[in-house]
Design a protein around this ligand. Structure first.
Ligand code: ADP
Length: 475
């Protein structure tokens, strides 16, 4: 069932429940208060009449009888109020003129209650009209000698209640009809933008064009925020697909070059170079080099795809100074005339994967050595700061052009002035490792002056308290 209809039904149902509950309550309160008013009225009249009655014992020859002297009753009556005075046995003493020949129907329950000295209310039916009667005993000393009975027709009260009932029922029905119309309209206007988003999203899907964006309304409401979120998602998807396309193109391009070289050398060997030990050696070492390069590319790609799939790191406390020392020792062998040195040397422990962190630092140092001419300097430093551990790899090499700087962490990106062999994957792997540790790599560079790559790693709470400078430079 569409949300629009569900929304309207719920709205109408809730409003209906509230209206019905309210109507029932109102009706009951009104009914109670009207009946209460009638009862109070009857009691008042009975008291007024009772105050004027004089009962006395009259001695007759036939025995003692009770004489009841009643004031002019008609004074106390009104068109809707009837009064009669009866003796203890229920026989009439007198009644108001508006009763005519009619009398209140004799009622055992009333008679009995009065004889016992109690007042009583009772509703009786005469000619299909309800009559409310209040009967109060008349006493002579301790004896009950009669009763004042006041009655009122309930017709007016019932008419009023019926009118209110009709009004409430009609009002509830009209309210519900109105509420469902208003509810349907509100639901429609509220959900219309979602329908629009839906249609626009379907257009994007059917056109398979991730460049399209959903129109935003700038109203800053929930729907606007949803649109912005979906647009952000489309942006990321678009980037992701483009990166995928670029990646396959780059991978095939990268692998084609070594394959061409290998094929060329194999051809050469077939055409007789294999018979000459020098040529054979040269061809084999070229093939070996290219195979090495291909293996590196494949290994790097494998690592990156594992990273994409959410490869988990083996996190444990890692002594960064020790790792930096290892990297220094390993890279020094391949320095090729570049002066590799250790700078500021703090000691720090972070939570991390030692192998990956070493791989990251090796990538940075290898790059620095690769892009620095013999005689230049590459300096490794480690700083322990309150929140972060900072490792810098500074070189005095060729530097990176400002236009290239934003791209160097992209997969397969290689700067144009770069005549060095490389896969363009080293920095993207390094950045991934840094980010997987909750850190990042930043870079500053000046063309012709050199570059500084900085690895930032969060210190967490594994760091040792004491600062013991490690004499790395003595290694
Ligand atoms: P590569 O395998 O090509 O070195 P990287 O991802 O490691 O791939 O580096 C990307 C590009 O960034 C390099 O091709 C190079 O142009 C540039 N680069 C990286 N480090 C340095 C550096 N220390 N000095 C100058 N350029 C650098």
């Amino acid at each position: 069932m569409p949300i629009r209809i569900r929304f309207t039904l719920w709205y109408t149902f809730l409003l209906g429940a509230i209206l019905i509950a309210f109507s029932i309550l109102l009706y009951l309160v009104l009914k109670f208060s009207l009946h209460n008013q009638v009862d109070r009225n009857l009691q008042d009249r009975a008291q007024q009449v009772g105050a004027g009655i004089i009962a006395q014992a009259v001695i007759r020859q036939s025995g003692n009888v009770v004489g009841i002297e009643v004031p002019e009753l008609n004074v106390f009556s009104s068109p809707a109020i009837f009064i009669q005075v009866v003796q203890a046995d229920g026989s009439l003493v007198t009644a108001t003129d508006n009763l005519g020949k009619q009398r209140f129907p004799p009622d055992k329950q009333i008679l009995q209650a009065n004889q016992e000295g109690h007042s009583i209310y009772k509703t009786v039916t005469i000619d299909q009209t309800h009559l409310r009667i209040y009967s109060a005993p008349i006493r002579l000393g301790a004896r009950v000698v009669g009763a004042v009975q006041v009655g009122q027709s309930l017709k007016d009260v019932e008419d009023t209640l019926n009118q209110v009932l009709v009004f409430l029922t009609a009002g509830t029905v009209a309210g519900l009809v109105l509420a469902s119309i208003v509810g349907a309209f509100l639901a429609w206007t509220t959900l219309r933008p979602i329908e629009k988003i839906n249609r626009a999203a379907m257009r994007i899907v059917s056109a398979q064009d991730l460049k399209q964006r959903l129109p935003t309304s700038n109203t800053k409401d929930e729907i606007d925020r949803l649109t912005v979120t979906i647009n952000g998602m489309l942006e990321r998807l678009d980037n992701f697909f483009q990166a995928q396309v670029r990646l396959s193109a780059d991978v095939s391009h990268e692998l084609r070059t070594p394959l061409t070289v290998i094929r060329g050398n194999v051809d050469l060997l077939r055409r007789g170079a294999a018979n000459d030990p020098n040529e054979l050696n040269e061809a084999l070492s070229i093939i070996d080099g290219e195979l090495d390069r291909m293996s590196r590319i494949v290994a790097d790609l494998l690592l990156l795809s594992q990273a994409d799939a959410g490869l988990s790191l083996r996190m444990q406390p890692v002594e960064l100074d020790t790792i930096l020392l290892d990297v220094y020792r390993q890279a020094r062998v391949t320095a090729n005339g570049v002066i590799l040195q250790l700078g500021h040397e703090d000691q720090a422990v972070v939570q991390g994967d030692a192998d990956r962190l070493k791989q990251l630092l090796l990538n940075l140092v290898t790059n620095a050595l690769k892009h620095t001419a013999p005689g230049g300097h590459v300096t490794l430093s480690l700083y322990r700061e309150p929140e972060w551990v900072r490792i810098t790899v500074t070189d005095t090499g060729r530097g990176i052009a400002p236009t290239a700087l934003p791209h160097i962490f992209e997969r397969f990106y290689r700067a144009e002035n770069n005549d060095q062999k490389g896969t363009g994957l080293g920095l993207s792997i390094a950045q991934w490792i840094a980010q997987a540790h909750g850190g990042q790599i930043t870079v500053t560079s000046e063309l012709g002056q050199g570059s500084t790559f900085t690895l930032w790693l969060p210190r967490g709470n594994t760091d040792r308290v004491e600062t013991r400078p490690l004499k790395l430079s003595q290694v």
